[in-house]
Design a binder for this molecule. Structure first.
Ligand code: F6R
Length: 557
């Protein structure tokens, strides 16, 4: 994971990199550092977020930096990037994982200061024979694994290397920018590096060491400055942006109109794939499309392998908010290798996964900053509801304005604060429901684990008596959800819990009076739980935008 950002130009390079990294903190925020050039590279680094980083007084025209999500080595100052070679010749920041780092480390007869695989890269480079350009190229043969690297030499030359992890270069009138995420770049002429690209930037000149051209395309970043406005956190803001995000997604899907039928027409089998929250939206997708006579299944990307030829009737659908999730990209590449057809549903139209796709459908949720997915989940569910309607020819019933008004009204009326206060001291919570409510609770459970550090156990209501009831005592809390018409459905389960002394919180989901089409109900149903996890975090004094140990985009397998 991790975010890397660089700048070479006439502006204050440290400041440019600092603000670039701010936009990349969603990729990791357990430590950060910036190398800036002023008669050799100097380094500032700190554990924690960029707020902890000291800004130097001296100016520089070259700088690059890193915001970390620890994979190799604990979170501490020594393991924080940038890393410098033992002889001071090279400085590096790295996104990715070097699989043969231990073996390389053993063969390098130098003193290491950190536990990282990144320090192995820079020390390996420093010990290689030959001119710098050829030493840089040798890295592709010697390093196994995945990497996007910015390497600086003590003379101020910058090298960029890419294998599997994304890296972009952008030129505009202010200078040259480098970033692991396009959306953090300003407007200008853009080059997205290909695997095995090695680019050298020296005295303002940009050279591809492989001798190939660097084809630039015009890039306009129209993302509005992301500000909290009247909200305290991005998570809260993003939950309240759900109606607008759904409206944007609807308008986009309407423009695709006949495309949707065309995409699905040749296929008899659908396989849905995602991770975490996106996987839960796949499960909702299975439910919403179940009357359409497709053969269907859903899988976690990290647990899906293709080991036989893919039939031409079979469409794979990968759902990924970021489009950068390594587990999803691995599956996408495998689908391509097996000549299968792939539809990607993502919020990031220029993301890595879209390059593997035969068809792309975008969710138009705008940027999501908080680590927990909220509005993007709702847009993914909406996309499946829209597809189901379109394929059933029921789109004429979709009154988007009414849906958006209902969502706004519903969100405004929700008050989960009392429940958050009641639950704030819990360290365990069981959540029970049936059918599609169970899927909502899978997602609710993930949110409460992720943001509030509460151990949650989502269960099918009927399963409780087959073992898990033994957990129930007077200290247990069980939250139930029943949105079906039959209000008696969970009665027995509730009795089973209360008669053993357990506490039951029955979640009342009171949908707006106006009739809601059943396919949109999962969007309404998740909102109180998203808000609940947010409020519990506030009650516990936690930062809901940046839960511990996590990062928004999981770019390692
Ligand atoms: C949880 C959450 C994660 C992501 C998962 C997949 O709130 O956001 O579970 O859903 O890491 O990420 P994407 O959708 O970017 O592939």
């Amino acid at each position: 994971m991790c975010g890397i950002y660089g700048y070479i130009g006439k502006l204050n390079a440290f400041d440019e990199v600092y603000s670039g990294l701010k936009m990349l903190q969603y990729r990791g925020y357990d430590s950060c550092g910036i190398a800036y050039f002023n008669d050799g590279f100097k380094i500032e680094k700190a554990t924690g977020t960029l707020n902890n980083l000291k800004k130097p007084t001296e100016k520089s025209e070259i700088a690059f930096g890193h915001t970390r999500w620890a994979t190799n080595g604990r979170v501490n100052y020594e393991n924080t990037h940038p890393h410098v070679s033992y002889n001071g010749e090279f400085v590096v920041v790295h996104n990715g994982i070097i699989d043969n780092a231990d073996e390389l480390r053993q063969n390098l007869k130098v003193d290491f200061k950190s536990e990282t695989d990144t320090e192995v890269i820079v020390n390996l480079l420093a010990t290689l024979p030959g001119e710098t350009d050829s030493r840089i190229l040798q890295l592709f043969d010697l390093l196994k694994g995945s990497y996007a690297l910015i390497i600086g030499t003590k003379g101020g030359t910058i090298y960029l290397l890419k294998k599997f992890n994304p890296l972009n270069l952008l030129i505009n009138s202010d200078g040259i920018y480098i970033s692991s995420d396009i959306s953090s770049l300003k407007s200008g002429s853009l080059y997205t590096l290909n695997d095995y690209d090695a680019i050298k930037i020296e005295n303002g000149e940009i050279i591809n060491l492989r001798g190939e051209e660097i084809p630039l395309i015009d890039y306009t970043n129209d993302i509005k400055k992301l500000a909290l406005g009247n909200f305290e956190h991005f998570m809260e803001k993003e939950i309240y942006e759900t109606p607008r995000a759904i409206f944007g997604t609807y308008n986009y899907l309407e423009e695709q109109n006949n495309n949707i039928k065309k995409i699905f027409k040749p296929f008899k089998k659908l396989t849905f794939i995602g991770c975490g929250t996106a996987y839960h939206s796949c499960l909702v997708g299975l439910e919403l499309l179940k009357d359409l006579n497709f053969e269907m299944d859903a899988h976690l990307a990290s647990n899906y392998e293709i080991n036989k030829p893919i039939s031409k009737n079979h469409l794979h659908i990968i759902v990924s908010q970021s489009g950068e999730t390594a587990d999803c990209i691995k599956v996408a590449e495998s689908i391509k290798a097996h000549k299968g057809k792939l539809l990607v549903i993502t919020n990031e139209g220029r993301s890595t996964i879209t390059r593997c796709a035969d068809y792309v459908l975008l969710t138009k949720a705008e940027k999501e900053i908080a680590v927990a997915s909220t509005k993007t989940y709702s847009c993914q569910v909406f996309t499946f509801a829209y597809i189901a309607n379109k394929l059933k020819n029921e789109n004429q019933d979709l009154d988007i304005q009414k849906l958006v008004n209902n969502l706004n009204e519903y969100l405004t009326g929700l008050n989960v604060k009392p429940l958050a206060k009641e639950l704030k001291n819990l360290d365990k919570l069981i959540l029970v429901g049936k059918d599609i409510d169970y899927i909502t609770l899978l997602e609710a459970s993930l949110k409460i684990r992720e943001i509030d550090y509460v151990y949650t156990l989502p269960m099918y209501s009927g399963e409780l008596k087959h073992g898990t009831l033994s957990l129930i005592d007077e200290n247990s809390y069980v939250l139930t959800l029943n949105t079906s018409e039959n209000k008696n459905k969970l009665k027995t389960v509730i009795n089973e819990i209360t008669s053993r002394g357990g506490n039951v919180v029955e979640c009342e989901i009171n949908l707006p009076q106006n009739q809601i089409q059943p396919c949109f109900k999962p969007i309404f149903n998740i909102l109180p739980f998203q808000l609940l996890s947010y409020q519990i975090a506030l009650e516990k004094g936690l930062n809901p935008d940046m839960p511990r140990n996590l990062a928004k985009s999981v770019t390692v397998e």
